[in-house]
Design a protein around this ligand. Sequence first.
Ligand code: ADP
Ligand code: ZN
Length: 724
Amino acid sequence: MNMYAEVIVDIAHSDVDKIFDYACGEEMRPGMRVVVPFGRGVTTGFVMRVKPTTDVPPEKIKRVLRTEDTLPALTAESLCLAEAVTSRYRVPMALTLRLFLPAEMRTGKVSTRYRTVCRLAENAGPVSPRAKAQLALVEYLAEAGEADSALLRERFGGALKALKEKGIVLSEKRRVFRDPYQGETGQNSVKNLTPFQQNAVETVNRTDKTVILIHGVTGSGKTEVYLSLIADTLKAGKTAVFLVPEISLTPQMLMQLRARFGSSAAILHSGLSAGERFDEWMRLREGTARIAVGARSAVFAPLENVGIIVLDEEHDGSYSSESSPRYNTFDIALLRARYNHCKLVLGSATPSVETYKRAKDGEFELVSMPERINARPMPEVRIVDMRREVRRGNVTGFSTELRQKLSQCLERGNQAILFLNRRGYSQTVICRDCGYVAKCESCDVSLTYHSDENCLKCHYCGARYRMPPACPECGGKHLGYVGTGTQRVVGDLRKMYPAARILRMDVDTTSGKEGHHRILKQFAAHEADILVGTQMVAKGHDFPQVTLVGILDADMSLHFADFRSGERTFQLVTQVAGRSGRAQEPGEVVLQTYDPENYILRFAANYDYEGFYAHEISMRAATMFPPFAKIVRVMVTGEDEQETLSALKCVYEKLNRLYTSEPDAFLFFNRMHSPIKRIQNKFRYQVLMRLADSRVLKDVYAACAEEHFKNVLVYVEENPANLS
Ligand code: ADP
Ligand code: ZN
């Protein structure tokens, strides 16, 4: 019987963003990838639905040329989610569907890998005693049982072929899975849950709410709660999605999961090789792996029958996607939880103000874990006034107190983590004669000096520049460095503590799949005494021997012109501090600041989340910022300034009509330059809005989706994590 497939072609353009009907056979299933005639050529597409009839007249209907899958690449749930994402964010369906597949599957560059395995036939005939190589091979196989044909060919040459022809050696093709981190596992023994952990697990099981927020201080053992919930889910025959914010954390978490659940855990993240990513995805799709671990994109893991979704470090900014569709991981996770009728567990020591409010308002279940494991004390935070240090003539960036504590820590054979917000050698290069600041040619930002490569780098586009011998503006020779970065701190430490072993972790030292993993592994094995790094060192790590944490520039993030800067600073300080004193020995934290009275830093130093929250939420309410309003930014960027401006004008006019028709929905509405006027040669303009009421949101999306500009990109961001 003839069937018809509703196909979305894999071309992300709004002109073809519709369903096309094709004739197909009965074996067609929704979710399969197909090759179809399209226009004058052929293209790949996705089958959304299969139906017995079509409205397309018979002389016009074309036939599916072939299917690419036996098992549909997209599950029923994926198709359903894709519909929701597409209509929510107003992007072409093809673009959304791509989220659900590993990129390499679409491009066809990677496929399933096989190997050929050989063994002896059971009643094989004799081998001629003169054929030495053949005899040796038979002997080898008799001992080994089986072996890879490539290996046998290498060792015994033509003997393999001869034996196969005689039927003495049999071979068979077997599927191989490329394994990221090559079978490495970590340590994780099942622990007896503490009463707080037990309570968290029971609350998740008992509540009739879909979303549960676990507010647990750093070191309270949240991971163990997740693992216990996941174990129960697997036992019930279901699958689990486990989301972590940073790629750098994923391997560690994976090792724990592997130790506990063996090969049931599969990892999905962009740092894997194409083959590994493909195979891990396949293991999930085929059901051999039942736990998907990964950063935000893993929320699209092809699992069926999901029994729990965990979103660890809920507050982390990396859960918002920065490319189209600009989804929020929580929103997708919630859709999946509803689809599967399962729980969505959020965890954090520093929940975002928005999430905490929803929990307090009763929309989410709230469970708290207020103590560290074994009632270990939270590390004491000492606030050091750097203005005093400078007055005393200490301009090194290391306070006397920090240096004392660091010496003690090293003498006792413990480890320390030093955190600062900037990578590189120093913030920027400035001419002391004329005030010239070295800037990137394609972005509107100053450059950072990197001493190891003796060059200037742009942290936005990655461009490198030679260090000028003199000021390009005035020719003056007094070029100086301002500010300090990770590289410089390491340099200074080497001079102060020549015997200490120091590791640096930032974007520059962690390229490649193994980047973070290698550094973290070295530090965990105590092959280094001090770890210096940016935000990356703040996140979730559990190093038992760390007893000192130094925060070198606590103020940095306070001064961003962003409504979240206070919240970010609180989170950052709490998280970094939380790396100290996680085992037997109590930990300490030295927090250096030029603003020691700052209330955010005070709340953080006292681990007073409630105090911080009460203050922050009342301020947000008074000023009408999220969660009491929504910030929406429409970005308009393009290489040609005139084209960009005319696109801006066009978008602005449409939005302005919306604004004038529904003025009450807007608290703020204006167009302007973005704070960074140019990135990677693209001019950046924006229409910035603050919405009192989200009901106009879909009209904002619609206004931006209607028009297409040739060389200008227009997109909508909701409560963007980064307003630069
Ligand atoms: P969090 O994620 O809340 O910061 P972790 O999950 O990393 O905390 O746990 C902190 C430490 O406590 C880890 O070293 C972990 O192995 C240990 N731990 C967790 N639960 C228990 C338990 N029930 N008994 C003993 N040790 C535990
Ligand atoms: Zn640049």
